[in-house]
Design a protein around this ligand. Structure first.
Ligand SMILES: [Zn+2]
Length: 558
């Protein structure tokens, strides 16, 4: 697993000038924030009106509501930095002195910033800091004494969001009339203006902090996450939060999520049982099986249950069983009216990343991650076996073409071309897949990779992923395994579900594919459009470029 990598980046190439250390963010008594320490802001078009190559302080015009919005962030204890491309320096359109005068005027109008980070280069310079490269984001995080994954960046174009993702930070797009439609489609988090971006940042931060003390101590907590491996993995941070507030945690999962459940820290006992109202290919309801499940749930002696679901899954049938099993503190997300089935009925807006959605439910049930535990996906080290010795040194690229849902899989023909391009670029490529994907992995690996199809179970795959320099994968379980081991992801993301909810969480990533494709938001399991165009249009050279971007400043963000 990756440790914190202090990348040697950037004082050499970025102009970094921190404001004098402005001590004192947040109050002394409040616990450390769960999600973010800092907000990074693009300058032109985001904070102030875009005046091309402006060297004149008199032309600085803040966007509407900017001062009040920034003051709300300051009051919430968040540190602020500006991250801005200023190629006008490289082109000689204005001097460093003129730029500093502009920045002094910005602070006069908008209040102080804790750091200013400027890329003075042009695209042709090939530097590590010009957005969409992640260098400025890493440098800002370091300047503010935190890490990129604890930062959220607000910007007005795709370059801003791409830089944030490539660093492992969150990215909010606030479009202007010049923002391209495809950039808006690709962004996982879009706000209509700066004040609403700020309100949502503060809301998400508060949503994962319990507003009330947990009340009665919890002896045994029953947590529930049915569905597949990826669903179970993204619920991991929330389950660790519950575990921090309970003496014992029992996890109810389905057969398709069992292998992932075995990998989760904080789980003391697992009950495996399919839930016919959740499973995508359910069998008929068996009354005796439901009676048996109810009895097993009651036998846990749980004094609290937290039922995790994703959008469009209902927690209420299980809540009824939990009531019948005698469990009397039940929390779940439900837009549907729950009657007396829930003690904590939680609601979450659309678009929140699944791990945060689950963490906010844990918070509503009185739990938060303990200090020092980051809200990242994690695996139990003792559950991951040693990596097979015959794979050679770490640092290879893992390509995982398959997915249980074919709409989210990389088309084999494209995967084959990607392997060829990566091999030509000098990468060692391991092609992974399940036992039923052997024919595909063999065909794909023949283009220049090593075929590992059918060789590993999920834990064995985790071991292989953990030593990769990056994983190239669709929106499927191994993307979340990569996130859980701190390995960067080139995400071949079919837009059938929102990227903002299901993209690789808090790990450096590059998103590829047509985000505006006709399958967008269909939630289709198999692609409804002939030729699978959202992914088949990816150029393998984009994958090669993405790997270069992800390794620019040390890759892993932890
Ligand atoms: Zn630069």
């Amino acid at each position: 697993m990756r440790q914190d990598q202090e990348d040697p980046y950037q004082r050499r190439s970025a102009q970094v000038y921190a404001a004098a250390d402005r001590a004192g963010s947040g109050s002394v008594a409040s616990p450390p924030p769960v999600l973010y320490d800092a907000v990074l802001l693009d300058r032109d078009g985001t904070l102030i009106e875009d005046v091309p190559y402006n060297g004149d302080p008199e032309k600085v015009r803040p966007v509407p509501g900017a001062r009040a919005a920034l003051d709300r962030l300051r009051a919430a204890g968040l540190r602020l930095a500006i991250v801005t491309n200023q190629s006008g320096l490289a082109r000689g359109y204005f001097t460093g002195e003129q730029m500093r005068a502009v920045h002094a005027r910005v602070e006069e109008l908008l209040g102080p910033f804790d750091a200013w980070l400027v890329c003075p280069h042009d695209d042709a310079d090939g530097c590590d800091c010009r957005k969409p490269a992640p260098g400025l984001v890493h440098a800002a995080a370091r300047e503010l004494g935190t890490t990129a994954s604890r930062c959220v960046l607000v910007g007005d174009i795709g370059r801003d969001v791409a830089a944030a993702l490539a660093a492992g930070a969150a990215g909010v797009l606030v479009p202007t009339p010049v923002t391209r439609p495809e950039e808006i489609a690709a962004a996982g988090w879009v706000a209509s203006d700066l004040p609403s971006a700020v309100d949502e940042i503060v809301r998400r931060q508060q949503a994962v902090q319990p507003s009330t003390p947990p009340g009665e101590p919890v002896r045994t907590a029953l947590v529930v996450r049915s569905d597949s491996a990826g669903d179970v993995l993204v619920t991991g941070p929330a389950i660790r939060a519950v575990a921090a507030g309970a003496q014992r945690v029992v996890l109810l999962c389905g057969p398709r999520g069992r292998a992932a459940a075995n990998l989760l820290p904080g789980v003391d006992e697992i009950i495996e049982h399919p839930l016919p109202w959740i499973d995508p290919t359910p069998g008929p309801v068996d009354p005796q099986a439901i009676r048996d499940l109810t009895a097993r749930l009651g036998a846990t002696g749980a004094d609290q249950a937290v039922v995790f679901t994703s959008f469009h899954q209902s927690a209420l049938p299980l809540a009824l069983l939990l009531r019948m099993a005698g469990i009397d503190r039940i929390a779940a997300i439900s837009d549907d009216y729950p009657g007396s089935l829930l003690d904590v009925r939680h609601r979450v807006p659309v678009g929140v990343p699944e791990p945060e959605r689950a963490l906010s439910l844990a918070a509503a049930a009185g739990h938060r991650l303990p200090d020092g535990d980051e809200p990242v996906l994690r695996l139990r080290r003792d559950a991951v076996p040693p990596r097979p010795a015959d794979l050679g040194d770490p640092g290879y690229v893992v390509l995982h073409p398959g997915s249980a849902a074919s709409s989210r899989a990389c088309p084999p023909e494209l995967a084959t071309r990607i392997v060829g391009a990566l091999a030509d670029a000098g990468h060692r490529v391991l092609v992974t897949g399940g036992p039923d994907e052997r024919a595909v992995t063999a065909r794909v690996a023949a283009a220049g990779g090593i075929d590992l199809g059918g060789r590993t179970d999920l834990a064995g795959l985790a071991a292989i992923v953990a030593d990769a320099s990056a994983v190239v994968v669709g929106n499927t379980g191994p993307a979340h395994l990569a996130a859980a081991t701190g390995v960067p992801v080139v995400s071949l993301f079919a837009p059938t579900v929102p990227f903002g909810q299901w993209g690789p969480y808090r790990v450096p990533a590059v998103r590829l594919g047509d985000a505006a494709g006709p399958c967008r938001d269909t939630r289709a399991a198999s692609c409804p459009v002939p030729g699978h165009p959202c992914l088949s249009g990816i150029d393998p050279e984009q994958v090669v470029d993405a790997l270069r971007t992800l390794t620019l400043s040390g890759g892993g963000g932890r």
